[in-house]
Design a binder for this molecule. Structure first.
Ligand code: ZN
Length: 87
């Protein structure tokens, strides 16, 4: 249960400045920006999800095929990383 692969990684954001950080989150712990001291709040889970069998972000289950350029691009990006087409 506490193995490395089951730790969910989150994107953390400071509300005022918009500064972001990526880290595994432990419930009940307050995270602060190292430079500004602002409290960072989890805003999104980062792929691969903790429940994923693989910890590699580039495994097929974490990619989709862009319908315009046909490239494999990450599912957690809002646009295709190659041609910019929105998901
Ligand atoms: Zn594309």
């Amino acid at each position: 249960m506490s193995s490395e692969s089951s730790e969910q990684v989150f994107r953390l954001r400071a509300a005022a400045s918009g500064r972001e950080s990526i880290a595994p989150v432990t419930e009940g712990v307050v995270y602060r920006d190292a430079e500004t001291g602002e409290e960072l709040e989890p805003v999104a889970e980062v792929l691969p999800l903790a429940s994923s069998a693989s910890s590699l972000p580039r495994t097929p289950e974490n990619l989709r095929v862009c319908r315009r350029c046909g490239q494999f691009t990450a599912r957690d990006l809002p646009v295709c990383e190659f041609c910019g087409l929105p998901a």
